[in-house]
Design a protein around this ligand. Structure first.
Ligand code: NAD
Length: 244
């Protein structure tokens, strides 16, 4: 598969979980992949690993500039960096709302804004935003997180409309519960991690957690140059959670 031969992709949060699987998937199909993440060691398979927090506009602009200076172009942006928040609206104060919103929503605007001049001159420009089943499923104890992921969907549709005539396709992926270090941390914090995992698996219609590689596959589909009419969609990879 040489789908991404000659193209440069940037993956935020590419050092772990869904981001890491996406780096490996796109690199295996010929892309040179730039990881933009918080402090991290070099990511295997990545052409460049850059330290930047998506909440720091100066660092984001500097990272995108450096990537394009060294690799010569930027064609695909995967806005994957995200953080969780638990609780009802009673549990998160304004500072927590601002902190999580800044990463999950404004982070996408910031990274895309920095990338846009380069995407505009790419013949194969695509942006994939990572939303979540939480955007539409009405999950309990996830008020703030769900609000950010719903905003990611709305932002995706608005960005798709704004940039399709510039030749930039914008789409979203909505993962179900995925087997990543993030979920591993949540399970580890539970009293009986093995029982908690079994309960979590039992809640999935297909009886298992979604793998990061499966989500990376959907991201690769949405980003692939051949799928040039796929614009403004949200692709669920959730074992049927929302459809059943
Ligand atoms: P993860 O915690 O394993 O990896 C997230 C990566 O993002 C980490 O490398 C982290 O350093 C990076 N990151 C976090 N905040 C950042 C910031 N401010 N700036 C730069 N990088 C930052 O998580 P994951 O499970 O792979 O989740 C990735 C994305 O998928 C997130 O947007 C998450 O909301 C979404 N998602 C995950 C699941 C799931 O079940 N794991 C389900 C639906 C959606």
């Amino acid at each position: 598969d040489r789908t991404f031969e000659g193209l440069v992709a940037l993956v935020t949060g590419g050092a772990s979980g869904i981001g890491l699987a996406t780096v490996q998937r796109l690199a295996a199909a010929g892309a040179r992949v730039v990881v933009l993440d918080r402090p991290t060691t070099d990511v295997p398979g990545a052409a460049m690993t850059l330290t930047a927090d998506v909440t720091d506009d100066g660092a984001v602009v500097a990272a995108v500039t450096r990537a394009v200076d060294e690799l010569g172009r930027l064609d695909v942006v995967v806005n994957n960096a995200g953080i969780g928040a638990q609780g009802t609206v009673a549990d998160n104060d304004d500072a927590e709302w601002a902190r999580v919103w800044d990463v999950n929503v404004v982070g996408i605007a910031r990274v895309t804004r920095a990338a846009l001049p380069h995407l505009r001159v790419s013949p194969s420009a695509a942006v994939v935003n990572v939303s979540s089943i939480a955007a539409t499923a009405g999950l309990p104890q996830r008020a703030l997180y769900s609000a950010t992921k719903g905003a990611v969907l709305a932002l995706t549709m608005a960005m798709a409309a704004d940039h399709v005539r510039e030749g930039i396709r914008v789409n979203a992926v909505c993962p179900g519960t995925a087997d990543t270090p993030w979920v591993g941390r949540l399970l580890a914090a539970a009293g009986d991690p093995a029982a908690e995992r079994a309960a979590l698996e039992a809640r999935q219609p297909h009886g298992r957690l979604v793998s990061a590689a499966e989500i990376a596959e959907a991201i690769a589909y949405l980003a692939a140059p051949a799928n040039r009419s796929v614009v403004g969609t949200a692709l669920a990879v959730d074992g049927g959670m929302q459809g059943l």
